[in-house]
Design a protein around this ligand. Structure first.
Ligand code: NAD
Length: 367
């Protein structure tokens, strides 16, 4: 078992990583929020597997459990769904000390987290991530939120949200056994991102263990989760509210957020991040911030994992640039990007020339 502790000015919580942790959710929740009633928010796809284990564990710990099942899709990551959760919270008479336990991937964690952050101005949240992406990234650090409809149509990612730290994060690598390979690979994209930001040697580990990781070897995955989550913990501890270096975690994401809503690309979040990492690395290379050897190494590692490195369809550069302007990381008319320099080192660049950004898009298949 590995336990990481997140220590922040106003919060401190443990991330427990061990096979079998799911059946201890009740006990771990009770230690943080010993109220009589709890709300269990579960990804619809895993209600009868992992959801069932979590519910039994909460009931065994003495909770009267209300349950709500969510569809894990970006189109359901909305305020309307949060409203539905409020309805169940009110019907079940949840109080200020009643915990919300989120069992699922990043979508369930973000939506349930936002409901927990805002109901009665905040109730205890326990994150129980069941995708690799959520284990190494989304469940840690307190960002919660939903997408918003844009005035001219389409969806803006995570535009409405709140910082709300969980009281505990419970990671059971065993839950990854039911996750399909495509989503497992998507999670590996976020681990590669973490390695590029702050743990250069992790790139070698992922390259070395690629086969074991993709074939869901649980011990290898548990080791990766602990190391990758540790990067996130460190960054969040240094900058909880993204006033500075937490923005490094957005490496590849400004590109990814522009690609994700384009239905014809059919990209999962981590896949869009993988392509975004290639775009960012190419941009950095054009600016002389990293060498072509590093850019090729990143691309080759993504290839080894089976992640995409360019868009499958030729999308217009103008469309992608427009989408970027709606991303919340864009300040006024300047384009702020996170760009890699060398393994384990990235920089926030405030004013990237648009011509470089366009070339980066072209590098990953835009026309
Ligand atoms: N809050 C943050 O800091 C943060 C960080 C990164 C990403 N995110 C958000 O996370 C979301 C992506 O998360 P995700 O990749 O986990 O996607 P997801 O929540 O959509 O889950 C992926 C798929 O896996 C299924 N699933 C989940 N657990 C499973 C399991 N154990 N077995 C079988 N199927 C399972 C889901 O039903 C879904 O179909 C995005 O909305 C992104 O914006 C948030």
């Amino acid at each position: 078992m590995t336990t990481l502790t997140v220590t922040l000015p106003a919060a401190r919580y443990d991330i427990t990583i061990t096979s079998g942790a799911l059946s201890r959710v009740g006990e771990l929740t009770k230690a943080q929020a010993p109220h009589r009633r709890a709300l269990l928010v579960v990804d619809r796809a895993i209600v009868h597997t992992h959801g069932e284990v979590a519910r039994r564990s909460l009931q065994d710990a003495g909770y009267d459990v209300a349950e709500i099942h969510l569809e894990a899709s970006e189109t359901h990551k909305t305020l309307q769904v949060v409203q539905r959760i409020y309805g169940v919270m009110l019907a079940h008479r949840l109080e200020r000390s009643s915990p919300v336990v989120a069992v699922g991937g990043g979508i369930v964690g973000d939506v349930a987290g936002f409901a927990a952050a805002t109901y009665l101005r905040g109730v205890p949240l326990i994150q129980v991530p069941t995708t690799l992406l959520a284990m190494v990234d989304a469940a840690i650090g307190g960002k919660t939120g939903v997408n918003a409809s844009l005035p001219e149509g389409g969806m803006g990612k995570n535009l409405i949200g709140a910082f709300w730290q969980p009281r505990a994060v419970v990671i059971d690598p065993h839950t990854l056994r039911t996750l399909d390979k495509r989503h497992l690979r998507s999670g590996l994209a976020e681990s590669i991102k973490h390695a590029m930001i702050a743990d250069g040697a992790l790139l070698d580990v992922i390259a070395h263990d690629a086969d074991a990781l993709v074939s869901c070897d649980l011990d290898t995955l548990a080791t990766l989760i602990a190391r990758s989550a540790a990067v996130k913990v460190k960054i969040v501890q240094d900058d909880e509210r993204e006033a500075g270096n937490r923005a490094l975690l957005n490496l590849g994401h400004t590109f990814a957020h522009a690609m994700e809503p384009i239905a014809e690309l059919d990209l999962h979040h981590g896949e869009a991040v993988a392509i975004g990492l290639c775009a960012a690395t190419h941009g950095a290379m054009l600016l002389g911030m990293c060498n072509d050897k590093y850019a090729m190494r990143v691309q080759s590692l993504l290839n080894t994992i089976g992640l995409p490195v360019r868009m499958a369809k030729p999308i217009a550069v103008d469309q992608l640039m427009q989408a970027m302007l709606y991303d919340k990381k864009v300040t006024s008319d300047k384009l702020r990007l996170i760009l890699p320099c060398e393994p384990g080192v990235c920089r926030i660049v405030e004013d990237v020339p648009l011509a470089i950004v366009q070339k980066a898009w072209q590098h990953i298949g835009a026309v």
